[in-house]
Design a protein around this ligand. Sequence first.
Ligand SMILES: [Zn+2]
Ligand SMILES: [Zn+2]
Length: 295
Amino acid sequence: MTEIIINETAGRIKKTANAIKKLRPAYSKIVDFYEKIFTAQEKSMAKTDIKPAQLADDIIAIKAKEKFPLFNLSEFSVDVNSSRKLFKKICKIINKSENHMSSAAIEIFAANENKKIDFNELYSALLHDDDAAFVNIAAKLNAGRDALAFITYNSIKPSLSIFAESASKYLDKDNPWEKGYCPVCGNAPVISTFESDGQRFLTCSFCWHKWTITRLFCPFCENKESKSLHYLFSEDEKEYRIDVCDRCNKYIKNVDTRIIDRFVYLPLEQIASLHLDIMAKEKGFESGVPLELQV
Ligand SMILES: [Zn+2]
Ligand SMILES: [Zn+2]
């Protein structure tokens, strides 16, 4: 059964990737690359086994009242075994794709083969946001920090999503979160969507949890005033728009899933709309979230 679901998702990612490449041929190379990464992650997800999130009732009540996210990143569980296999696979995908991370991926792959990577230390550095430790590990592996961060984050993304899914049962379904940061892990959203009934959602840049939010709202400064919230869009791409805020000068991309007839796989939409990030930056707006782990 699980095998069928994975193959179905992999097939859908492929179809989506093909549809995007047809629409925007300039993205062919980058979409091919990410199609492989996302498919590997979906396959790894089926083999990922983590301890489900657990919280005591009194802690849940305090967090809900104070609008604190449920977990710190350092509390997330990671299946080190399945993640290290995915780590190796991602190195191979990067090598084959011959992109700006290839030489670092060759070094990292070799270090892994020689058992020079302590995965507990590596994952802990990322989850504790300990950049000094991370830079140190990268230097020891003779690899760039950004490439190592990309491979590391993407190798634990299945664990993060599964943990976030298990954590979401503790969220108060009757009281909307109404915040711009993720109710599970506290990170900023990477993308916004309009879905059926015109409902708006934000998706977390770190654990990919999705939460509902009011339509007129800047997730970065909580501005709700219509006069300082606008959007940029192109007639050619009615499914996308860029929501911008004059108060904090930040933007978030929005995908209207109601008018897309292909399967929507958000990580791919995020990648295949980088021209919108360029457009927003040209107009003087900043991304509300660092994109280094995704791109
Ligand atoms: Zn999150
Ligand atoms: Zn704002």
